[in-house]
Design a protein around this ligand. Structure first.
Ligand code: 4FV
Length: 257
């Protein structure tokens, strides 16, 4: 897979791409990522990438021609087909499942808007618009890095232990179970000892697995019940969900019991 990021702030994007598993994967050649400065595809000596909006109104709009030239250059270098993703609040909401799908594309291009957005005629060259959430950012760079990070994690070899990717929350539609590490006990604010749950110290792997499943299903039921309909639960998890729903309906744990 190759990833190209088109932006007017290349150094901002490059800085983030130095870090962590993605940075190591790029340095190690597992991931081929290039950051393209949109200004390199302008034709005037002032390297202008934006202009005033037709019809008036506040702000500026990114011009279409530099973006078209950038896509032509990337296609010439990378080959077709390009999966061109425009980051925008008007886009389809990014999900883990979609990120897994995108990780199977040959060539992904992440187009970062700025100002009020990009000229609408760019959409003729866009495969899909992507939104990371219902809020307005000052640019598409942070969303592009979010997409890049979650897609890159699906590429074999990027995350050292593929197991941890498989167990990523959302990959099966459930929230993650709690995690603990040493020390076994720490002092809370008011001096109360905060201990790691005994089951995790027991060495009983079957019990630990069951406890983690119960925690994951319980959290999902409590915090994101909307996810349960689409979650790929195994037999155990379905049993646990039935138990927890019955307990909830009996008022267990909320003082009604
Ligand atoms: C955004 C989002 C986002 C809108 C105008 C960039 C900004 C500015 N992109 N998910 N939410 N983009 O807010 O993807 O050009």
């Amino acid at each position: 897979m190759t990833i190209d990021v088109v932006t007017i702030f290349p150094t901002m994007v490059e800085a983030v791409l130095q870090a962590g598993v993605v940075g190591r994967a790029i340095a190690g050649g597992t991931l081929d990522v290039k950051v393209r400065d949109l200004r390199d595809f302008t034709s005037d000596r002032h390297r202008v990438v934006d202009d005033v909006p037709y019809g008036g109104g506040p702000g500026m709009v990114l011009k279409p021609e530099p973006i078209f030239r950038a896509l032509d250059a990337i296609e010439a270098e990378r080959g077709a087909p390009l999966t061109v993703l425009l980051l925008s609040p008007q886009g389809r909401r990014l999900t883990q499942a979609w990120a897994e799908e995108l990780s199977r594309a040959a060539h992904v291009v992440l187009l970062c808007g700025r100002y009020e957005g990009v000229d609408e005629r760019v959409s003729a060259r866009v495969t899909e618009e992507v939104s990371i959430g219902d809020y307005v950012l000052s640019g598409g760079e942070l969303p592009a890095l979010v997409v890049l990070d979650t897609v890159a994690r699906q590429v074999p070899g990027v995350v050292g232990d593929d197991q941890s990717v498989a167990e990523d929350s959302f990959s099966r539609g459930l929230l993650d179970h709690p995690h603990y590490t040493r020390p076994v006990e720490v002092e809370g604010r008011d001096g109360t000892p905060l201990r790691v749950p005994e089951v995790l110290l027991s060495g009983h792997h079957a019990e630990i697995r069951r406890w983690r499943k119960r925690e994951a299903v319980g959290r999902t039921l409590a915090r994101r019940p909307d996810l349960l309909a689409g979650a790929a639960l195994d037999e155990d998890e379905r049993d646990i969900l039935r138990e927890l729903v019955a307990e909830r309906d009996r008022g267990v744990g909320d003082g009604r019991d």
